[in-house]
Design a protein around this ligand. Structure first.
Ligand SMILES: NC(=O)c1ccc[n+]([C@@H]2O[C@H](COP(=O)([O-])OP(=O)(O)OC[C@H]3O[C@@H](n4cnc5c(N)ncnc54)[C@H](OP(=O)(O)O)[C@@H]3O)[C@@H](O)[C@H]2O)c1
Length: 315
């Protein structure tokens, strides 16, 4: 099968096309023919070698953490999927990720493709959608009327987090640059903060939840907008525990543990129209396509999701 791989860590130029064997499935896996995948910052962090200590993969590495496609083969212990089913997933990627024509995926990480949703839209959701859901629903226990600050609302995680928070009836503030003001308001944001001109710390107070997708100073300043008993959930690093205790603020930090049942809930939100991913840009499934896609993600200013078109549906 065709795959785009890295054979050593380095710049986007390390992404090269290779012909690799189609993966073999285990009893509890299905083989998925991929139609689309999408880019996440972890892709280029891994490519550059920043995660080499944490994620111990063997070269050649097929990167890519989002799958949308059609089941081609089913393991003997698989109960709920058949050949021909349209599925999406945030799969396990060691030993092989989604920059490929085929991938083996554990049944418990799959969800059915929502009705009326394209492969490209579906490929935009598994990693970022499950991350936003874990932060807001499972950890922060979001509820109607909560005041929620979502940092980087124009990004992959933030743009879905805003829609999830609005679905639960929260009042949402979010940060982005001025070019994204209309975009964020269309997603439902109640209070828009242009981070280049405004200091969110001075504009906001008494928040129930802050979702930190940025880290560093932004994470530290976020303590000042939370009320006592509020929660700071981060996906970038463990918040300052001494500060949290002194202010009576709860904290959480996690690295996503994917789950097909959770993804199916996001599928329901997509099917009902409550959540729609933004495909900010699309690139072809080629060496150059992947290199361009990585370069765009590395700017830190991609809008919504960057999608890679692997195969065009015949009907
Ligand atoms: N722990 C986990 O499991 C986990 C899971 C997913 C992601 N992550 C991490 O979470 C982070 C966000 O991921 P992502 O996929 O959302 O990234 P992304 O899509 O690349 O984010 C890009 C967005 O960030 C915005 N941005 C840049 N600088 C900003 C600033 N100073 N203030 C507010 N917004 C700013 C940009 O908006 P403008 O163009 O308007 O500036 C852009 O739309 C990454 O570091 C990623 O690795 C962790």
């Amino acid at each position: 099968m065709k795959a785009i791989v890295i054979e050593e860590y380095g710049s986007a130029d390390q992404l090269v096309e290779r012909d690799l064997p189609t993966p073999e499935i285990k009893d509890d896996q299905v083989l998925v023919e991929l139609y689309a995948t999408s880019i996440n910052p972890i892709d280029w962090k891994m490519r550059a070698g920043y995660l080499a200590q944490m994620l111990d993969y063997e070269f050649p590495i097929i990167l890519g953490w989002d799958a949308a496609g059609i089941v081609k083969e089913v393991g003997s212990a698989v109960k709920n999927y058949q050949v021909g089913d349209r599925v999406f997933s945030r799969p396990e990627t060691n030993p092989r990720g989604t920059y490929a024509e085929y991938i083996a995926i554990d049944e418990n990480l799959l969800a059915p493709l929502p009705k009326g949703v394209s492969f490209e839209e579906a490929a935009s959701v598994p990693l970022v959608g499950q991350t936003a859901w874990t932060a807001l629903v499972e950890l922060a226990k979001i509820k109607a009327g909560d005041k929620v600050l979502i940092h980087a609302g124009a990004g992959g995680v933030g743009s879905l987090a805003i829609q999830i928070a609005k679905h639960f009836g929260a009042a949402v503030a979010s940060t982005a640059s001025e070019d994204n003001e209309d975009y964020l308001k269309d997603l439902g944001v109640d209070v828009f903060i242009d981070y280049k001109k405004q200091d969110f710390e001075k504009e906001l107070a008494d928040y129930d939840i802050v979702f930190d997708t940025m880290g560093g100073d932004i994470q530290e300043k976020s303590f000042n907008v939370l009320k006592e008993g509020g929660i700071l959930v981060s996906i970038t690093g463990q918040p300052n525990q001494a500060l949290a205790e002194s202010k009576g603020i709860r904290t959480a930090y996690f690295f996503l543990e994917p789950d097909g049942a959770r993804l199916a809930k996001l599928g329901e939100l997509m099917e009902s129209g409550a959540m729609k991913p933004t495909i900010g840009s699309q690139f072809p499934f080629s060496e150059n396509g992947l290199r361009e896609a990585h370069r765009l993600s590395e700017t830190h200013h991609a809008k919504g999701k960057i999608v890679i078109n692997i195969k065009t549906p015949s009907s």
